[in-house]
Design a protein around this ligand. Structure first.
Ligand code: CA
Length: 427
């Protein structure tokens, strides 16, 4: 039976709206008060299955040699390659099935290997070796272009010919739940002759999907479609926090630098590419046809609902500001990877690539405050009567996402972050 079969059931109860049914099995790194050593687990319902504990008992024979799960990052496991990823996910699925007695009937083993998720601390799931971010939603690029450059030059001349991207920072990629300090930076208002240095006043989010490479490619080589498929291990939610006012002053001529380097949040659970297979869909038609090195021969988009929620310091609850879909991306993750390697740029296991902000055609599908408030011109009304254009101190942001199956969902959990006040700038 395929681990993606909708009919599979676990002996662990999982409600239909829970993000982590047996058809998902996302990987993460966790620790507990009782055992503060970080280790690798998979989320199942409201629990975490401790893979380090299972491997130590010889129950994961697909992973040979040293215990690749008794470590604080997924990199060792990812390095074992796609055949091991597939065999291991199959074995974990088998161990969690309603009809498999190994765990189900062994109370001591369950006590050792199953941890309530609410009691666990979640860590950054892998060592991020490098981080590149793309700009591959046509709706987002069009909106941002109209806001920044005007309606006549919304899409740059190169945009329809390649996935536009830039090399960002891995040093500030953090796991969901990490507070985000409002950045300081150089700012210049249009009516002022000189710049100043102070707290960002246009702090924004970008609702994105991130994907992690489990395999690399050597410098000087290219990556074709099949190889790109094999290199992608899985996906997380990604919030590319952005300082729009710092960006507006610094971005010419080399693109964003510090405006996007101060923080990037990813969700704690890595949903495997294999778990998303049932949700593959065709992306938008690409016209003009991509150059041969970017051509793809199958559907590489995924039907994943993505949401952006906001909770102010005064509000008791989160309010949903946007709901969009990963399927809208003009350039697929596979095309982004083929493009990234196309000059011979070496890719490494543990590299994080961001999709770019995911926006749809509707106003309710915009994946950033820049677009939702049209750069501050159109304040967003919140349910408690407050309004927002950009983020204020004390605001919390939650990105959420899931693919909907029949009677179950393959979910991503949350990527949260709260804004804390800026440092005091030097005078
Ligand atoms: Ca971005």
């Amino acid at each position: 039976m395929s681990p993606n079969d909708p009919a599979l059931r676990s002996f662990i109860e999982v409600a239909p709206e829970n993000d982590f049914p047996i058809q998902n099995l996302p990987y993460g790194v966790f620790s507990t008060t009782a055992d503060p050593t970080p280790r690798v687990g998979v989320a199942i319902g409201d629990s975490i299955l401790d893979l380090a504990a299972l491997h130590a008992r010889g129950l994961l024979p697909s992973v040979p040699g040293a215990n690749a799960f008794a470590t604080d990052a997924l990199n060792d496991f990812m390095a074992l390659g796609p055949a091991v990823w597939k065999a291991t996910r199959g074995r974990i699925s088998e161990l969690l099935r309603a009809e498999t007695p190994t765990l189900r009937d062994d109370a001591a083993l369950r006590a050792a290997a199953l941890v309530p998720r609410a009691q666990a601390k979640l860590h950054l799931p892998y060592r991020v070796m490098a981080f590149s971010d793309f700009y591959s939603s046509k709706q987002h690029a069009t909106n941002a272009g109209m806001i920044i450059r005007g309606a006549n030059s919304a899409l740059a001349a190169n945009w329809l010919h390649m996935p536009i991207g830039y090399n960002s920072r891995n040093s500030t990629v953090v796991v969901g739940g990490t507070p985000i300090r409002r950045p300081l930076g150089q700012l210049k208002s249009p009516d002022s002759p000189n710049p100043g240095f102070g707290p960002c006043r246009k702090l924004d989010i970008e609702l994105e999907m991130g994907f992690v490479l489990g395999q690399g490619s050597p410098m000087g080589s290219m990556v074709d479609e099949q190889r790109a498929e094999d290199m992608i291990f899985g996906f997380t939610l990604l919030n590319d926090w952005s300082a729009r006012d710092i960006q507006a002053w610094e971005y010419q001529p080399l693109g964003p630098f510090l405006a996007k380097a101060f923080a990037t949040t990813i969700s704690p659970w890595v949903v495997t590419k294999e778990a998303l297979e049932p949700f593959r869909v065709e992306g938008p038609r690409q016209d003009p046809a991509p150059l041969p090195y970017l051509r793809q021969h199958g559907p590489h988009n995924y039907d994943v609902t993505l949401e952006f929620w906001l909770k102010t310091a005064k509000a008791g609850d989160y309010a949903r500001l946007s709901r969009t879909n990963f399927r809208y991306m003009y350039w697929s993750s596979v095309q982004q990877l083929m493009h990234h390697a196309s000059t011979g740029c070496a890719m490494r296991a543990g590299d994080l690539l961001g999709s770019g902000t995911v926006s749809g055609d509707e106003k309710s599908e915009r994946g950033s405050l820049l677009e939702l408030s049209w750069n501050g011109a159109d304040p967003i009304a919140l349910p408690n009567g407050e309004t927002r254009t950009f983020l204020e101190d004390g605001d919390s942001v939650s990105l959420r996402g899931h693919a909907q199956g029949k009677g179950y969902r393959v979910g991503f959990g949350e990527a949260e972050g709260m804004i804390t006040p800026a440092l005091t700038p030097p005078v």
